[in-house]
Design a protein around this ligand. Structure first.
Ligand code: BGC
Length: 271
């Protein structure tokens, strides 16, 4: 059910990376519904980006698009500069951009390894670093939020569940887990909050082959105790809570939004 809008993020500039499809798009739209001024970061597919922008403008939300590769230092720095020029500051970063390049470990090329690490892990480092600089510079503005800034690192159930055939992806997500916790520990005294969301199987383009046919979906459901593949909106609602003052004392955790996928479903009947 669509939640009511409460303006929980009124006036807060928010950068969402990889925001023209899947989870990123749902998060961008939901933050805007709560009053955030959203920067829709993207790397390709201008058409899809325009659709997100008009969806947000249609309900009166404030939004701009910004094309940048999160794994490129200069592009990330320029994106933060432009956001601060346009909206005055940044209060929220959602490190969402992520890719998969699956291969058996003995067939994985160095390029497949590096590309995934660069986008999924280095991209989160670069964006977080720029966000934290701005959060520290500004400090707390109590009219806006009780925190000086909030970061969500979009992780995965695969920051704890090993994943054969996806070692590059699982390594990037495992890395995100300790990047997130180390940063959270370091900047908590400045009232900056950093947490992860660990989505399970969510219906998005990244995993379409795992749910788009009935056979595939039945197989996938065996891994999900709640017996439902997730929707991007499930993640978007959690994201709003995690960057709002309602979660003010939550810091350095991964919130799994996965229908129970991390509960070792094989043990429901075995062991
Ligand atoms: C992956 C999806 C996968 C899900 C559950 C996500 O992080 O991107 O492809 O379906 O984890 O395994």
């Amino acid at each position: 059910m669509e939640p009511k809008c409460y303006d929980r993020l009124k006036g807060q500039p928010a950068i969402v990376t990889g925001a023209n499809s899947g989870i990123g798009k749902a998060v961008a739209v939901q933050l805007a519904k709560e009053g955030a001024k959203v920067v829709v970061n993207y790397i390709g597919n201008e058409e899809a980006t325009k659709e997100v922008i008009s969806e947000i403008r249609d309900f009166g939300g404030e939004v701009m698009a910004y094309k940048a590769d999160v794994s490129k230092e200069e592009e990330v720095v320029a994106m933060f500069r432009k956001t601060i020029e346009t909206y005055g500051t940044v209060h929220i970063l959602v490190n969402n951009a992520g890719i998969q390049k699956d291969a058996a470990i003995d067939e994985m090329s160095l390029e497949e390894w590096q590309k995934v690490i660069n986008v999924n892990l280095t991209g989160q480092f670069l964006c977080s670093r720029e966000a934290i600089k701005e959060f520290k510079r500004r400090g707390i503005d109590e009219h806006i939020s009780n925190s000086a800034g909030k970061i969500i690192c979009m992780s995965s159930v695969h920051d704890v569940i090993p994943w054969a055939g996806h070692a590059n992806y699982a390594a990037s997500k495992g890395g995100i887990m300790l990047l997130m916790k180390s940063m959270a520990q370091e900047v908590a005294p400045e009232k900056i909050r950093i947490n992860s969301i660990g989505p399970g199987a969510i219906k998005t383009p990244i995993n379409e082959s795992a749910w788009s046919t009935t056979e595939a979906e039945q197989k996938l459901l065996k891994l999900i105790p709640q017996n439902r593949v997730g929707e991007p909106a499930d993640i978007a609602r959690a994201a709003v809570w995690l960057v709002s003052d309602e979660s003010e004392y939550v810091n350095g955790v991964t919130l799994y939004v996965d229908g129970g996928m991390t509960l070792y479903p094989g043990f429901a009947t075995g062991g």
